[in-house]
Design a protein around this ligand. Structure first.
Ligand code: ZN
Length: 50
């Protein structure tokens, strides 16, 4: 099988389910991460949670 986003080869073990698509871990994390372009998404999220 292969990642539906980057077409990387995957084993069933490596595949993550993203809205019904089989994707690699990298793409799965990327898809679930806040927008990286600003670089402050995660940090500011942590601060506001406190
Ligand atoms: Zn991928």
């Amino acid at each position: 099988m292969e990642c539906e986003i980057c077409k990387q080869k995957l084993t069933e073990d490596d595949a993550c389910d993203l809205h019904g698509k089989k994707v690699c871990e990298d793409c799965f994390i990327e898809a679930n991460a806040p927008t990286k372009s600003c670089g402050a998404g995660i940090a500011s999220g942590e601060k506001s949670a406190r």
